[in-house]
Design a protein. Structure first.
Length: 89
C-alpha cells in the first residue's frame, strides 16, 4: 500500500470513529478505537480539521475532538427569524 492510500485510510477510520461518537474524544481514545498509532491519529485529525470535517476543543494533550455540528441553511434561519418576530408581536 502506498503512503497516500495509507493516509487516506487512516483519515477514513479516524473520521468514522469521531462521527459515530456522541461525545468528544481525546486523541488517545480515538487512537485506541481505530487501532491507528497515536502520531498518525493526530496527523489524520489535523488533516480532517483543515478540511473542516472535525472540530477541536483545547490544545496539545488536553484537546478533545468531535464531529462538526451541522449549521442551519439560510432558508431555515430566515424561517426561524420570521417565527421569532411573529411571536414577539
Amino acid at each position: 500500500m502506498d503512503r497516500q492510500k495509507q493516509v487516506q485510510t487512516f483519515r477514513i477510520r479516524v473520521l468514522a470513529v469521531v462521527e459515530s461518537s456522541p461525545v468528544t474524544l481525546t486523541g488517545r481514545e480515538i487512537s485506541q478505537a481505530t487501532g491507528v498509532p497515536y502520531k498518525q491519529t493526530i496527523d489524520a485529525l489535523n488533516g480532517l480539521l483543515n478540511y473542516g470535517r472535525v472540530s477541536r476543543t483545547g490544545h496539545k494533550f488536553t484537546a478533545r475532538w468531535s464531529r462538526v455540528q451541522a449549521t442551519p441553511s439560510v432558508s431555515h434561519l430566515s424561517m426561524l427569524i420570521n417565527n421569532f418576530e411573529r411571536n414577539r408581536k
